[in-house]
Design a binder for this molecule. Structure first.
Ligand code: 6PG
Length: 473
């Protein structure tokens, strides 16, 4: 008897592909899967794949098994493998078929691929998938971009597999061509900064107050009941509680302090430079990872470069530091999201994507790595003012920042005095202070440029005079 055609295909059976295929099958959808290594289908069986999920050793058979228009989710490593799989798929597909790239692809590649396939009558979508293996299996946050028509055809499946929050699925059509991958890239940039803020929090309270991993986990558990609540804080608590089976000490203390990265944080900063959008918190987090990788140099430098000596916390600082850092964490997180969302706004204008920011806040509230309590007021802010210039200006953010700013300053002040690096707390505070400054010292910068290079400047008192040059000698 001939098997019924599959309704959805998943290609690439790495951890994420497998989890998503199982998630789709759980929704009662007939799924076809393919991988270059058919032995990976065995893993799927062991993970309880239902009979409605069928593996195909040959790509031709996989494609032929799908009902039309075909809907294929491709979960392969970003970069050349995506082009290579697309090259193999292309002759097997027919007009109207849809392929979704669910990897962390460079958005300009996605734009190129979508445009090239459009010429051939094929529909290509780039989709951000967040939430790691667990999210993929039980409910990720999905950020699809691409043709509206293609989205409407894949929407029922995406809505079924996505995380749910207040009954609504964490998926929305982010925009055309590369919008989905762009938004996921910025999600990851924010993720870098938020992770670094938590690392700085850990460092300040560990070195500043001498708190143990368990004491920190207890403190963070309290924090996680209030405004600081986030998935990354929850993960931090889980990490701090874990003991090394060999030594019985906190496992985190056995982890070498050199951070890795796969590139999305770097891309975010690069695009920020290209579009002229300041992202000091995300850049600070990226630099923190880069500096961490210089372990040998840092060890050598620690014996050469002196830090503050004899500095200790006052009784007042000891009593309040944890509360200050808590407030600084929330404030700096707001500044970080503000930067990321501004970058999305700038790209949305540049590429005419019309990315709905309130919708992004909605789909980031569950399933993804940066989900946090903050997303609820953030969503309200963009619902009320879709073209809000900066999140920090929102009616439900500006007063909160004003209230938290003194603690933010105390946090950065204590860290500076103790010589504990807090690049993202500091950069976020400088972003806040720069943005709220009616006067900045770039009058001097302009004067210097004109003095040494005749680059000209504008006068405050004669705005209509345009650019003028002075002899500064
Ligand atoms: C997610 C994550 C995921 C991953 C990134 C960043 O949303 O599920 O962002 O995509 O964490 O690949 O990884 P690096 O820290 O290695 O750059």
């Amino acid at each position: 008897m001939q098997r019924e055609q599959a309704q959805f295909g998943v290609l690439g059976m790495g951890v994420m592909g497998q989890s998503l295929a199982l998630n789709v099958a759980d929704q009662g959808v007939r799924v076809a899967v393919w991988d270059i290594e058919p032995k990976r289908f065995e893993d799927l069986k062991q993970k309880g794949a239902p009979p409605s999920l069928h593996g195909h050793a040959a790509l031709e058979d996989f494609v032929a098994a799908l009902e039309r228009p075909r809907r294929i989710l491709m979960m392969v490593t970003a970069g050349a493998p995506v082009d290579s799989v697309m090259g193999r798929l292309e002759p097997l597909l027919q007009p109207g078929d849809i392929v979704i790239d669910g990897g962390n692809s460079w958005f300009q590649d996605t734009r190129r691929r979508e445009a090239a396939w459009k010429q051939k009558g094929l529909q290509f979508m780039g989709m951000g998938v967040s939430g790691g293996e667990e999210g993929a299996r039980h409910g990720p946050s999905l950020m699809p971009g691409g043709p509206t028509e293609a989205y409407s055809l894949v929407r029922p499946v995406l809505e079924a597999i996505a995380a749910k929050r207040d009954g609504s699925p964490c998926v929305t059509h982010v925009g055309p061509d590369g919008a989905g991958h762009f938004v996921k890239m910025v999600h990851n940039g924010i993720e870098y900064a938020d992770m670094q803020l938590l690392a700085e929090t850990y460092d300040l309270l560990r070195r500043g107050l001498g708190l143990s991993a368990d004491a920190l986990a207890d403190l963070f558990t309290q924090w996680n009941q209030g405004i600081a609540e986030s998935f990354l804080l929850e993960t931090t608590i889980q990490v701090l509680r874990k003991k090394d089976p060999d030594t019985g000490t906190p496992l985190v203390e056995q982890v070498l302090d050199k951070a890795g990265q796969k590139g999305t944080g770097k891309w975010t900063v690069q695009v920020g430079l290209d579009l002229g959008v300041a992202l000091p918190s995300i850049a600070g987090a990226l630099d923190a990872r880069n500096l961490s990788s210089l372990k040998d140099e840092r060890v050598a430098a620690s014996g050469v470069l002196a830090g503050p000596s004899g500095e200790s916390l006052s009784a007042e600082e000891k009593a309040h530091l944890a509360a200050w850092v808590h407030d600084a964490l929330y404030a700096a997180r707001v500044a970080t999201y503000a930067q990321g969302l501004r970058l999305i706004q700038a790209a949305s204008r540049e590429y005419k994507w019309s990315v709905p920011l309130a919708e992004l806040a909605r789909i980031w509230r569950a399933g993804c790595i940066i989900r946090a309590q903050l997303l609820t007021p953030l969503r309200e802010a963009y619902t009320q003012q879709p073209d809000l210039a900066n999140l920090m200006l929102a009616g439900n953010m500006a007063p909160v920042l004003a209230k938290l700013a003194p603690a933010w300053r105390k946090t950065v002040g204590v860290a500076t005095r103790l010589g504990i690096p807090t690049p993202v707390f500091s950069a976020s505070l400088a972003y806040f202070d720069s943005y709220r400054s009616a006067e900045l010292p770039q009058n001097l910068t302009q004067a210097q440029r004109d003095a040494f290079g005749a680059h000209t400047y504008q006068r405050r008192d004669r705005p209509d005079a345009g650019f003028v040059h002075s002899d500064w000698s």
